[in-house]
Design a protein around this ligand. Structure first.
Ligand SMILES: Cc1cc2nc3c(=O)[nH]c(=O)nc-3n(C[C@H](O)[C@H](O)[C@H](O)COP(=O)(O)O)c2cc1C
Ligand code: SF4
Length: 648
C-alpha cells in the first residue's frame, strides 16, 4: 500500500461495520431506476465503483412516501418491491469489500406535483423559492404517517442487505424544513423553539432505530449551513449535531450544506467556480463540537492527496468524493497503485450529472460517458482490429481515438493545430473555467499511454486519407466560430466570442454581447470582458440567456452578472447600428443603446464537414462526431466520440 495515503487507506468502524478505507461516495440520485425500482444499470454502476475501491457507498434518495415522487425514475423506498433490487446492489458492493447504506428521503416542499399530482407536504404553507408551489401544511396525522414510512423504508433497506441507512436531514428537504425557522412557521409543538423544531427529526430517528434494531447503522445527513437569512447557521447546526449525538442512536453525521433558497441551492453541488473543498470547515467545526461520532465531509474533493490532507488534519473521519467517482470509478485503485496521472478528474461542470438529474433524465458525465453503461463495457476487445483514422483532435476526436484504441483497433489521430484540445483551449482562457483543461490533459495522457500516434500540424486531405487506406475514418473536425453581419456595423467592430476571449484588448470599453449560444459561451465571455474592465450589455431574443446551463449553476451566473454590473436586455433583436448607437426592438417597441464601441456575438458555430463528401467514396466507413456533425456542447461531443469508438 502507498504510504503516501496512510490516512485514506485506514479502516473506520461505523456502528457495527468496518469500512475498509476513508473514501465515501455520498448519496446521489442516478435516475437509472425503472418504475421506481433500481435497475441493473444501478447495480452495475455501483459495483463498478466498489470494484474501483470506494470504501462506503450511500445509495441516493430512497423516497419514503408517494408525496415525494418527482418522476417514475425516483426510487420508491416505501414499496417492498425494491427489496430484491437493493439486494442486487448490496451484493455487488459487498463482493468487492465495500459497505453500503441507503439514504431515506422526503423532499417536502422542494418538489413539484407535476408527476405525482398529489399535494406537496411541508411543515408550513410557504412555497419553495425554486419550485414555487404552495404546500399543504402537514397535520399531526400526516406527520405520524411520514414517520412510520421512514421506518418502513429503513426496514426495506435492511431486508435488501444494506449495511445501514442515512436519514436525509439536509439540503432543505422535509426534515430540515421542520428544523429551520426559515421554512417552519408552525405554532404547535413542531414549531417555534429549538426543541419543537427538532421534534420531527427525533421522531424519525427513533422510529427508524426501533425498526432496524441496534445492530444496524443509522446515520444522519445534515446541512450545517443554509446560507439563508433567518435560516440555520453553523452555530445552530452545532446544537443540532450535539442533540442528535446525545440520543446515542446516531452512528455517523454526514455534513453538507444548502437548501433551495437560490443563493444556497448552488452550494449543494458546487460547480467549478467554487474552487476545491469549499465547505470542509463545516465538517471540521461539527467534528470539533461533538463527542466522537464519526463525521463525514464532502464537496469538490477531487484528488487523493487533497482527501489525505483533509483526513490528516483531523477535519473529518471520512471524505466524500462523489462526482470524483462519477468521473472516474477507479480513483481509489489508481491512488493505491500510485497511478495518479491516470485519474480522470471531475471538472465541476455539473453538465452531465446534476444538470441532467434536474431535468429528470438519467445521469451521465461529461468526463465519463460510460456512466450508466457499466453493464455493457465499451472497452470490450474487437476480434478483427480495423485501421482507424481520426481526423480532428478536439474532445470528440480524442475520446473516439481512446475508446477505439482500448478496444484493440489500430488508431492514428490527426490534428490541424499545433496542440490537441480544439475549442477547449479557448474556453479555458476564462480563469474560473480553467478546470476544463482537465478534459484535454487526461485525454492527452491516455492517448500517450495507449501509444496512439498523434500527428499535429497536419491538414488532412483526401489524398492523405487515400494514402493511409484506413478501414474507418472518424471525422471530428469541429466547427468554426460564427458571426452575422448587422446592418450599419463595420466588421472591425464585430467580434466572435472566441475572438474576444483571445484578444480582449481589441474590444472597446462598452460592449454589446449578443447571445444566442444558450450556454456558457455568452455568459462566460460577458463575465470575462467585465473582468477586463469593460461595461457589458448582454442581449438575447429569449426571456433569459443560458437555457442550457445546468439549473444549479445558473444562480451563480446571475449573481456574477450582478457583481460585475452586466446589464441584461432580454427579448430583443438588433435592427441596425448607427455609429455607436445600436437600434433594437423589444416587445414591439423600438429602443436604442448609445455608446457601444464593440459588438460581440456568442452564436452557435458552423459545422466543418467539408471532408465528409470527399471521403464517402474513398473509405468503407466514415463517421462524423461532435461539432462537425452539429455544433453542441462538450458533453455531447465527448459522448458521441465515445459512442462511435465503441461501435466500430
Ligand atoms: C447527480 C447528483 C445527484 C445527487 N443526489 C443527491 C441525493 O439524492 N441525496 C443527497 O443527499 N445528495 C445528493 N447529491 C449531492 C452529493 O451527495 C454531494 O453532496 C455533492 O455532489 C457534492 O459532493 P462532490 O463534490 O463530492 O460531488 C447529488 C449530487 C449529484 C452530482
Ligand atoms: S458531469 Fe461534470 S461535474 Fe458531473 S461528475 Fe462529470 S465532470 Fe464532474
Amino acid at each position: 500500500m502507498s504510504k503516501a495515503f496512510e490516512h485514506l487507506f485506514s479502516p473506520l468502524q461505523i456502528g457495527n461495520v468496518i469500512v475498509p478505507n476513508r473514501v465515501l461516495i455520498t448519496a446521489h440520485t442516478t435516475n437509472f431506476s425503472i418504475d421506481g425500482i433500481p435497475s441493473e444499470r444501478d447495480a452495475a454502476y455501483y459495483e463498478a465503483r466498489a470494484r474501483g475501491g470506494a470504501g462506503l457507498i450511500v445509495i441516493g434518495a430512497l423516497r419514503v412516501h408517494p408525496t415525494t415522487l418527482n418522476a417514475p425514475l425516483n426510487i420508491k423506498g416505501f414499496d417492498p418491491a425494491v427489496v430484491p433490487a437493493y439486494r442486487r446492489i448490496a451484493d455487488g458492493i459487498h463482493k468487492h469489500g465495500g459497505v453500503v447504506f441507503g439514504q431515506l428521503l422526503h423532499m417536502g416542499r422542494q418538489i413539484t406535483p407535476a408527476y405525482s399530482r398529489l399535494p406537496i407536504w411541508a411543515p408550513s404553507p410557504i412555497a419553495c423559492p425554486i419550485n414555487k408551489v404552495v404546500p399543504h401544511e402537514m397535520t399531526h396525522a400526516d406527520i405520524r404517517e411520514i414517520v412510520e414510512m421512514f421506518a418502513l423504508s429503513a426496514r426495506h433497506a435492511q431486508e435488501g442487505g444494506m449495511d445501514g441507512v442515512e436519514i436525509h436531514g439536509a439540503h432543505g428537504y422535509l426534515i430540515q424544513q421542520f428544523m429551520s425557522p426559515w421554512s417552519n412557521h408552525r405554532t404547535d409543538e413542531y414549531g417555534g423553539s429549538f426543541d419543537n423544531r427538532m421534534r420531527f427529526a427525533l421522531e424519525v430517528l427513533h422510529a427508524v432505530r426501533d425498526a432496524v434494531g441496534d445492530d444496524f447503522v443509522v446515520g444522519y445527513r445534515l446541512s450545517a449551513e443554509e446560507f439563508t437569512e433567518g435560516g440555520l447557521d453553523l452555530e445552530q447546526s452545532i446544537a443540532i449535531a450535539r442533540t442528535l449525538e446525545a440520543t446515542g442512536q446516531v452512528d455517523f453525521l454526514s455534513i453538507s450544506q444548502s437548501n433551495y433558497n437560490p443563493h444556497s441551492f448552488q452550494t449543494m453541488i458546487p460547480d467549478m467556480y467554487f474552487g476545491r473543498a469549499p465547505y470542509t470547515y463545516l465538517a471540521a467545526t461539527i467534528k470539533d463540537s461533538t463527542d466522537g461520532v464519526p463525521v463525514f465531509t464532502v464537496a469538490r474533493i477531487l484528488e487523493p492527496q487533497q482527501a489525505e490532507d483533509i483526513l490528516a488534519s483531523g477535519a473529518a473521519d471520512m471524505v466524500g468524493m462523489t462526482r470524483a467517482h462519477i468521473a472516474d470509478p477507479e480513483l481509489v485503485v489508481k491512488a493505491r497503485d500510485g497511478r495518479l496521472d491516470e485519474i480522470r478528474l471531475c471538472i465541476g461542470c455539473n453538465q452531465g450529472c446534476a444538470g441532467r438529474i434536474h431535468l429528470q433524465q438519467p445521469m451521465t458525465c461529461l468526463q465519463n460517458p460510460a456512466v450508466g453503461f457499466e453493464a455493457s463495457p465499451s472497452e470490450s476487445q474487437v476480434e478483427s482490429p480495423k485501421r482507424v483514422m481520426v481526423i480532428g483532435g478536439g474532445p470528440a476526436g480524442m475520446e473516439a481515438a481512446i475508446v477505439a484504441a482500448r478496444r484493440g483497433h489500430d488508431v492514428a489521430l490527426y490534428e490541424r493545430a499545433d496542440q490537441l484540445g480544439g475549442q477547449i483551449n479557448t474556453l479555458v482562457l476564462v480563469p474560473e473555467r480553467a478546470e476544463f483543461g482537465e478534459v484535454v490533459r487526461w485525454r492527452v495522457h491516455e492517448l500517450a499511454r495507449l501509444g496512439v500516434p498523434v500527428h499535429l500540424n497536419t491538414d488532412v486531405t483526401p489524398e492523405l486519407v487515400q494514402s493511409k487506406a484506413p478501414d474507418v475514418v472518424i471525422l471530428a473536425t469541429g466547427a468554426t466560430p460564427a458571426k452575422h453581419l448587422l446592418p450599419g456595423l463595420d466588421d472591425s467592430r464585430l467580434f466572435t466570442a472566441e475572438a474576444a476571449l483571445r484578444n480582449p484588448e481589441q474590444i472597446g470599453e462598452t460592449v454589446l454581447l449578443i447571445d444566442s449560444s444558450r450556454h456558457y459561451k455568452g455568459a462566460a465571455t460577458a463575465e470575462f470582458l467585465a473582468q477586463h474592465g469593460k461595461a457589458v450589455y448582454v442581449m438575447t431574443k429569449e426571456d433569459n440567456i443560458g437555457a442550457e446551463i445546468p439549473k444549479i449553476n445558473f444562480v451563480g451566473v446571475m449573481e456574477r452578472f450582478a457583481k460585475y454590473r452586466i446589464r441584461m436586455i432580454p427579448r430583443a433583436t438588433v435592427t441596425r447600428v448607427d455609429g455607436t448607437t445600436v437600434h433594437y426592438t423589444q416587445g414591439g417597441f423600438d429602443e436604442r443603446l448609445e455608446g457601444i464601441d464593440s459588438v460581440v456575438m456568442a452564436a452557435p458555430a458552423r459545422a466543418n464537414h467539408a471532408l465528409h463528401a470527399a471521403l464517402i467514396d474513398l473509405v468503407p466507413e466514415v463517421h462524423l462526431v461532435g461539432d462537425c456533425l452539429a455544433p453542441r456542447s462538450a458533453l455531447e461531443a465527448i459522448w458521441e466520440g465515445h459512442q462511435v469508438g465503441w461501435r466500430i
